[in-house]
Design a protein around this ligand. Sequence first.
Ligand SMILES: [Zn+2]
Ligand SMILES: [Zn+2]
Length: 332
Amino acid sequence: MDSPPAPVSPTLAGPPADAPTDLPQAPAVEKSYLVQRIARLKFGTYHVVGYSVAGEETVVQVPEMNVCFDVGRAPHFALTSDILCLTHAHMDHVAGVGYYLSQRHFQGMKPGTVLLPREMERPVDNLLRAWRDLERQETPYTLVPMGPNELYEVRRDFGIRTVRTQHGGPSLAYVLISIREKLKPEYLGKSGPELVEMKRSGVEIQYRQEVPIVAFLGDTTAGPVFEHPDVINAEVLVTECTFFEPDHKSKAKFGRHLHVEQFARLLPSLKNKYVLVGHVTRRTGVRRAQRILRKLVGNQQMERVHFLMDFDQSANAGDVEEANPMPPDGGA
Ligand SMILES: [Zn+2]
Ligand SMILES: [Zn+2]
């Protein structure tokens, strides 16, 4: 066994006086490995901000919609969303829920609203009560238990729909839905005053149009979730595809995750303008995963496929924080 190095007194530290001065310098470290890199991608009028690596952490935010999907370990940017949608109970997706709520309260922000599968409500509530006791801070929160195929109306013009996913245990996908009131086509030629008069006399002149904007699947294997109209028609689909190597098929099956061969079969039936892939295992790596998928689906399909953790288009955490400044300290 090596003996420990002799302690060096501060006065003796540093190169001896006769040391050559042209020794190569250690290269400057551009970014600390402690700085977590966060993806920030733009799709049409929306941004997707997030981090997603299988088994490690998944947290994906759409800042314009005030919604965060899963919370990972509660990175700074996630705190700014008033609504949090939890897909399932695996630690890499929910670990930060207590921190998210507590920090928001501490920073003087309004209480977070957490949508989650109905079966998770009681255990998550127990967890949060335990944190209240530990922290002695009356952190307020709202849990909204959801079943599959329910619509949570955030506003008259915006709702969040749940879709059952196939991950074993209770798990849900969430779709952000723009709700629009449209004039029925048979009344298109009528004048303003005529329409007002018809409305006053009780005629239904409008119909409700739902437009799916962003669908977030969380963890799932292939199944009916990939046939749901809101999922396949959303402008942006955020899906997992965890495994890519031929000998990882059994891992995908066991963990109820997507293997690239399943995903390649599903992709042509998806009508989404943008398909964003996350939750890629570290065992493969994003660049290799992209190459494997491209080989299976061809260049044309790949034009709309993006990988969340491909950092070509993304920023580091500092840039994202600048884009979403925290409100001033609430003084709590
Ligand atoms: Zn996961
Ligand atoms: Zn999972």
